[in-house]
Design a protein around this ligand. Structure first.
Ligand code: ZN
Length: 240
């Protein structure tokens, strides 16, 4: 069994399609989605329908929550809020209900998935160093947990202590726990504009990160045509 673990798609259909076609070439058999299906970019309906039709286990991201509820977004970053208000107008009641019903945390076979962290999943905390990761590990009861939210691939490992290792390929060892950020499909922020996701090979116990080129210019044009803030188009080319 080979599982593609992907998240933070953020309504970027070109990036999602590129990841899907790469995963097929990589002989992936299963999929799980770490949330933030919508927000920022211009294809919320197509991306939501694509993932809903796949029927893969999916957890809720903060943008999924904000897009599916009616609360004011005034306290939010104005660019993200503009995109979310626009997203709310694109989605129909069924689509919003699907987002609303997503769970915060799920266990899938022998691992756990969450958008942000297991200690306070509804607080949407960002894990950017091993100290943040420590709080998560206190609530992680499976050997592996996959998450997203920062849009930066990272691997935190807990054996006698918690440390960070490079997000390249990771061999799963016994008596060790892993808290793995698989990066972002639709809006990477680590300086590499290519779409990012991970493949977990259950037999070889190997997790590999994948970076995939996609048609960024096409995505940028859709963002501009939709009247969304230009900075959302610009940042895609820079991976930030
Ligand atoms: Zn996100």
């Amino acid at each position: 069994m080979r599982t593609a673990i992907f998240g933070d798609i953020h309504a970027n259909l070109e990036a999602l399609d590129a990841v899907m076609s790469d995963s097929q070439k990589q002989e992936v058999t299963n999929y799980v989605c770490l949330g933030d299906v919508v927000g920022y970019n211009a294809d919320p309906v197509a991306c939501l329908n694509r993932i809903r039709d796949m029927g893969c286990p999916t957890v809720k991201g903060n943008h999924d929550m904000d897009a599916s509820e009616d609360h004011s977004l005034d306290s939010m970053n104005p660019v993200a809020a503009t995109a979310l208000n626009w997203t709310r107008e694109q989605l129909d009641d069924d689509q919003r209900l699907w987002l609303k019903k997503l769970r915060m945390v799920r266990q899938v076979s022998d691992y756990t998935i969450v958008h942000s962290t297991l200690d306070q999943p509804a607080h949407w905390n960002y894990v950017t160093n091993r100290f943040d990761a420590m709080s998560n590990f206190s609530y992680q009861f499976t050997q592996l947990c996959f998450h997203g939210h920062t849009h930066v691939p990272r691997v935190y490992v807990k054996s006698d202590k918690v440390r960070e290792v490079p997000a390249e390929s990771v061999e799963i060892e016994k008596n060790t726990k892993y808290f793995i950020n698989v990066g972002s499909v639709g809006q990477p922020r680590d300086g590499d504009p290519r779409a990012c996701y991970a493949i977990y090979d259950h037999k070889t116990k190997l997790i590999v990160f994948r970076r995939i080129d996609y048609d960024i210019k096409k995505t940028q044009k859709k963002i501009r045509d939709a009247g969304l803030p230009d900075v959302l188009a610009e940042r895609l080319a820079e991976g930030r």
